[in-house]
Unconditional design. Structure first.
Length: 213
């Protein structure tokens, strides 16, 4: 689309703004459809019906169901990452308190909406080789963030048992399992209980004492 066309205004909104709104409607619709019906059983027609938009409009934004699933997954991951980064910047320089602050932000971003948790932890798994590579790349990115944030709190000389890669993998696995289980449990325990468990796991993995040399 040319710059002239994308900047053209209809009803006070540019083409780019209208397309962004339409894309957001498809993503919101996919969130509901994939969570309610599962990705495997869902259809593009169901997504369009939920969004109140046409198949033609869908294909103007996405190449198919897999593409919209990845876009939705990425949106959830990006929003969770931004929540963690903001919480970390505001956290006290204390390992336990910082862990609790960051975990609260993460759970709020993903776990409080069971649909988002289902997309992040269930529906995206094993869809295709390409999606699986994408998911594992995202997990590696979370591992890098884990190392960066934790090292900023405990210092560069502290080495978690097994090293940062193994500690990050263990923690990410614990987070994914616990947050997903919590998101689908009725009635839910208080979020503070979940955060306490996650913080305990994190602190145990990186507590000072496992130092090089």
């Amino acid at each position: 689309m040319s710059a002239a066309k994308s900047s053209r205004s209809y009803g006070g909104r540019s083409v780019a703004e209208r397309r962004a709104e339409r894309r957001a409607r498809f993503l919101d619709a996919a969130l509901t459809v994939f969570a309610d019906q599962s990705y495997v059983r869902s259809t593009i027609s169901a997504i369009c019906a939920e969004a109140g938009l046409s198949r033609r409009q869908f294909y103007e934004e996405f190449g198919g169901r897999e593409e919209v699933l990845v876009a939705l997954y990425d949106q959830i991951q990006q929003e969770a990452g931004a929540a963690i980064a903001g919480a970390y910047d505001a956290a006290e320089p204390d390992l336990w308190r910082a862990a609790a602050t960051v975990m609260t932000a993460y759970v709020t971003a993903i776990g409080t909406d069971a649909r988002r948790a289902k997309i992040a932890f269930v529906e995206v798994v094993g869809v295709s080789d390409e999606v699986e590579r994408h998911r594992l790349a995202q997990r590696r990115a979370w591992g890098e963030m884990f190392e960066s944030l934790v090292a900023g709190l405990v210092g560069p000389d502290v080495r978690p048992a097994g090293g940062y890669e193994m500690a990050a993998t263990a923690f990410i696995g614990a987070v994914n399992g616990l947050v997903h289980q919590w998101s689908i449990t009725e009635p839910r325990t208080p979020v503070t209980d979940l955060v306490e468990v996650l913080s305990t796991v994190l602190v145990a993995l990186v507590t000072p004492g496992h130092q090089d040399g």
